[in-house]
Write a protein that binds this ligand. Structure first.
Ligand code: ZN
Length: 68
């Protein structure tokens, strides 16, 4: 069983994510922080795993599901 690790163990995306037009996980430039970002994380396994982990952390922080 393979378990790909996010490359961003040291950086907390919640504080690093000050540029919506850039993926906070791999720093790839994006057309926008919405649909282009979603397409990006769906396309890149590493970022998808990191994003889902981040989203889970935020959801538990605010006590609800993050709806974007
Ligand atoms: Zn990325």
């Amino acid at each position: 069983m393979t378990d790909p690790e996010p490359e961003t163990g040291a950086t907390d995306p919640r504080t690093a994510w000050d540029t919506p037009e850039r993926c906070p996980f791999c720093e790839t430039s994006l057309a926008n922080g919405g649909s282009a970002f979603i397409r990006h994380v769906e396309d890149r396994e590493t970022c998808r795993v990191a994003f889902e982990s981040w989203r889970g952390r935020v959801a538990s922080d605010i006590g609800g599901e993050w709806i974007g």
